[in-house]
Ligand binder design. Structure first.
Ligand SMILES: NC(=O)c1ccc[n+]([C@@H]2O[C@H](COP(=O)([O-])OP(=O)(O)OC[C@H]3O[C@@H](n4cnc5c(N)ncnc54)[C@H](O)[C@@H]3O)[C@@H](O)[C@H]2O)c1
Ligand SMILES: [Zn+2]
Length: 361
């Protein structure tokens, strides 16, 4: 078991990572003074797998446990689901000392966090992430969100949880594509912020790909520690947090452009990281980074398929990215572990790198 503290000024919290933690969840929860009930927000799939265990642990702590189900995946992140949860809390007379506990992937966590941060102006919020993406990324850092028909994550808050408990054994039942999508974020941390993790993955990716619990525990802890360093320095979205967006500027554009292809977020980000490496190399930075990135992603089972939309469409979409501010800011690497943010990349350079990756004109 590993514990990482996210040292957000004024409200630090612990992330506990280990195998079998759901069974002993009660021991890893913080004090919840005045709480009588934990409202567990989850979806059908995750609830069928884990709710009984979690409810028992909560009851062992002397709290009542109430399950509130939401739709699966992105469907959960709607204003309708949000309103429905608020009304269920009010209908059950949830009070401000009660706690909301998110049990599920990033979608459940984003929605539950938004509910917890706004119901009665905020109640304590606990994250129990069950996907790799949520354990290394979504559950850490305090961003909550729901979607509008006009776009993803357009409504939300910055609200830190009081605790995060990540059971690596829960990852065993994750669909292969969802797991590999999470590995793209792991690769992102390794390439941008953690050279030791990169070396470890390059030496022997096998145990990670096979979901060896002991190895995953260490890998997830390193990713959480990397994100914690960034988030503590800069809780809100500003320059330091941009590094976490490595591979995401192109990744988001691809997700928007080819939703019909059904590429996962991680698959889109994998393309984005290879692209960022190509762009860096074209500027004389990080020689060999593109091949190294492709090798790493290939060994993790998330090598980009090279199927890219036309260059003009990508350029248009990139300019619409929410990180756009007087020009697109790209996160590039001077070398592995040395991220830089650059704002002087021309459309021509982007187009050339896209062509090089096989994008049609
Ligand atoms: N707040 C943040 O900082 C942040 C960061 C990254 C991503 N996100 C958000 O997270 C969401 C993506 O999260 P995700 O990748 O975890 O996917 P997800 O939450 O959509 O879950 C994917 C699927 O996995 C299933 N699932 C979850 N845990 C399982 C388990 N242990 N075994 C079997 N199936 C399981 C779920 O039922 C769901 O069908 C997006 O909405 C994204 O915007 C937020
Ligand atoms: Zn991401």
């Amino acid at each position: 078991m590993v514990r990482v503290t996210v040292p957000v000024p004024g409200r630090p919290y612990d992330v506990t990572i280990g195998a079998g933690l759901l069974r002993d969840l009660g021991e890893h929860l913080p004090d919840l003074p005045g709480a009588t009930t934990a409202f567990v927000i989850s979806d059908r799939t995750v609830a069928d797998l884990h709710h009984a265990t979690v409810a028992r642990a909560i009851e062992d702590r002397g709290l009542a446990s109430v399950l509130l189900l939401v739709p699966e995946g992105e469907e959960a992140k709607s204003l309708q689901a949000y309103e429905s949860l608020l009304r269920q809390l009010a209908g059950r007379e949830a009070h401000r000392d009660d706690t909301v506990l998110a049990l599920g992937g990033g979608a459940v966590g984003d929605l539950a966090g938004f509910v917890a941060s706004t119901y009665m102006r905020g109640v304590p919020f606990i994250q129990v992430p069950t996907t790799l993406t949520a354990q290394v990324d979504a559950a850490i850092g305090g961003k909550t969100a729901v979607n509008l028909p006009e776009g993803k994550n357009l409504v939300g808050t910055f609200t830190q949880p009081v605790a995060v408990v990540s059971d690596v054994e829960a990852l065993a039942t994750l669909d292969e594509r969802d797991f590999r999508s999470g590995l793209a974020e792991v690769a992102k941390y390794a390439l941008t912020l953690d050279p030791d993790l990169l070396a470890m993955l390059e030496r022997d990716p096998g145990p990670v790909v096979r979901r060896d619990a002991a190895v995953l525990e260490g890998v997830i802890a390193r990713c959480v520690a990397a994100k914690a360093r960034i988030v503590a320095a800069d809780e809100r979205d500003a320059s330091a947090r941009l590094v976490l967006n490595y591979g995401h500027t192109l990744g988001h554009a691809l997700e928007r452009l080819d939703s019909f292809r059904g590429r996962t977020h991680g698959e889109a980000v994998a393309h984005g990281m290879v692209f960022a490496a190509a762009l860096a190399e074209s500027r004389g930075l990080a020689p060999g980074l593109r091949a190294r990135t492709e090798r790493l992603l290939g060994s993790l089972g998330i090598a980009p398929d090279g199927d890219l939309p036309p260059v003009d469409e990508v350029l248009l979409c990139v300019r619409l990215d929410k990180k756009y501010r007087d020009g697109v800011r790209w996160v590039l690497l001077e070398d592995a572990g040395r991220p830089v943010v650059v704002d002087d990349v021309s459309d021509r350079e982007v187009a050339a790198a896209l062509h090089e990756m096989g994008a049609p004109a």
